[in-house]
Write a protein that binds this ligand. Structure first.
Ligand code: FAD
Ligand code: MLT
Ligand code: ZN
Length: 480
């Protein structure tokens, strides 16, 4: 037998072991069954897998991990497969096993006194939101993919979204986690403690680790009082700079009732309207840029709307807002949100974007956009920046679309050069090349450019400690 036959036999044996652990129906080997697990949401990456395995309990995950490690087969953890950085897609070698958490969908417990919810990692984010609401509480993580992304994926990616301004990122919403190490040992860190000073924060090591250290199988999450009133507006602004000054005015009038402050350039708004029939910008004229503003409170709705109206009127007096609309009912608020939530789908329809997910200090974001716009236009005349995002967090999705006169292939050939410009501008301002989407495979080559050598060395050392055989999600997050 040559080396290839030995590997083929070892994989065949592993597949039989996996069937014993999770049942044959939960080990997918046929191409048609595997297909949804092998491509990413953006359609940018496509891989192959020896098998897709779907354990139903933490113990089954542990047994699967022990078997894969014994066979030295790499494992790609996958939740809802909505990653924007190719994080959950295997490479084309076909050697890896994709471990899907989609059968682990149990709400384990809800504690109304401690205001916490304990869940399996495969629970869909929207299910957690609904469970919280049914119990009279609120779970604030909110993003466009909430109907299909999972709590495990939210944790592994340390997801952000549209309510970070008020409630923080996934890390700040999490009290405890349960994780399975590559060798199959289970770490039960399902603590519901708000204070715990007993050394290194292992929980925080797994959060944001993008499946490179182990499998997150459960979590204890914080719940919040359910807002009973919401006020939603859409305001026309001249540019990022005015939007930031508007943010200051809204905060001064509304304090921490401000829940969302989402920015979109006029080009982005026009693109959404062009690509998605059912949405429209709720103003008479297409503005140079727009901001979706939402307040929430446990107050009465009229009082909240009046507060927002006063804030917007103060902003108009300062000539920061040219026009604005405040939603009069839930349906109108929903329409404004649909405009914002349609942006990812509109971008996919518009063509292949070069995606960037940067953050810089909030005070530098206007200058960042002005400098980056100038630099990419100089490098490729006619380039179309589609810029939107979570302005109050200093996080913009600085996407670049090809000039109309340039073909997709020509544009793709220049993509590394254009990304270099955007990321250099980000790093020069001590920013981050991934604010919320993660490094995945999309940005892995950028890590050595933007991360300090000491940071990379420490990250590699932790990886070696927890995953000595380098089997967890290879090719993602850490450069080879
Ligand atoms: P997957 O895509 O399956 O995996 C993501 C990463 O986590 C991969 O590296 C994977 O290997 C790892 N992983 C998954 N589950 C586990 C586990 N149980 N244990 C260990 N590792 C695991 N993100 C934001 O932050 N903010 C946004 O506003 C936002 N908007 C989006 C809008 C749309 C329309 C889409 C498609 C995506 C958006 N995203 C956003 C990106 C994505 O939804 C989030 O990153 C989400 O948290 C991923 O969850 P998932 O379950 O789909 O994870
Ligand atoms: C968003 O804020 O809508 C997202 O993070 C998704 C995207 O960048 O397309
Ligand atoms: Zn985002």
């Amino acid at each position: 037998m040559d080396k290839r036959d030995v590997i083929v036999n070892a994989v065949r044996e592993l597949i039989e072991t996996l069937k014993d652990i999770v049942g044959a129906a939960n080990v997918l080997t046929e191409p048609v069954e595997q297909a949804p697990f092998l491509a990413d949401w953006l359609g940018k990456y496509r891989g192959e897998a020896a098998a897709v395995v779907r354990p139903g309990t933490t113990q089954e995950v542990a047994n699967v991990m022990a078997a894969c490690t014994a066979a030295r087969v790499p494992v790609v953890p996958q939740g809802g497969n909505t990653s924007m950085s190719g994080g959950a897609t295997p490479d084309p070698s076909g050697q890896a096993v994709v471990l899907s958490l989609q059968r682990m969908r149990r709400i384990r417990a809800l504690d109304p006194i401690g205001q916490t919810i304990a869940v399996d990692a495969g629970v869909i984010l929207a299910t957690v939101q609904s469970a919280a609401e049914e119990a009279g509480f609120f779970f604030p993580l909110s993003l466009g993919a909430e109907g299909s992304c999972t709590i495990g994926g939210n944790l592994a990616a340390n997801a952000g979204g549209v309510a970070v301004l008020r409630y923080g990122v996934m890390r700040e919403l999490t009290l405890g986690i349960e994780a399975v190490l590559p060798d199959g040992r289970i770490w039960n860190g399902m603590k519901a403690l708000r204070k715990d000073n007993t050394g290194y924060a292992l929980r925080d090591l797994f959060i944001g680790s993008e499946g490179t250290l182990g499998i997150i199988t459960g979590a204890v999450l914080k719940l919040f009082p359910r807002p009973t009133a919401r006020a939603t507006a859409f305001a026309a602004v001249a540019d990022v700079s005015s939007a930031l000054r508007l943010l200051g005015v809204i905060r001064a009038h509304c304090g921490d009732r401000l829940t969302a402050f989402e920015f979109m350039t006029g080009e982005t708004l026009a693109m959404i309207q062009r690509q998605i029939d059912s949405v429209r910008v709720p103003l008479e004229q297409m503005p140079p840029a727009g901001v979706l503003i939402e307040l929430s409170d446990i107050d009465d709705e009229t009082a909240l709307s009046t507060r927002l109206e006063r804030a917007l009127s103060a902003a108009m007096d300062e000539a920061l807002v040219a026009d604005a609309v405040i939603a009069q009912d839930k349906a109108q608020a929903g329409e404004i949100w649909r405009l914002r939530e349609s942006v990812s789908q509109a971008l996919v329809r518009e063509g292949r974007a070069i995606k960037h997910d940067i953050s810089v200090p909030v005070s530098e974001i206007a200058e960042f956009v002005a400098t980056a716009d100038q630099a990419v236009a100089a490098a490729m005349p006619g380039i179309r920046p589609m810029v939107f995002g979570h302005l109050g967090d200093g996080n913009l999705h600085y996407n670049l679309m090809r000039p109309l006169a340039v073909t997709d292939a020509e544009f793709a050939a220049q993509s590394a050069m254009l990304t270099r410009i955007v990321h250099d501008e980000t790093c020069r301002r001590h920013g981050s090349i991934s604010a919320e989407h993660g490094i995945g495979q999309l940005r892995v080559d950028e890590m050595t450019v933007c991360k300090a050598p000491l940071e990379l060395e420490l990250m590699q050392a932790l990886k070696q400690l927890l995953d000595p055989h380098g089997l967890m999600n290879p090719g993602k997050l850490l450069p080879a």
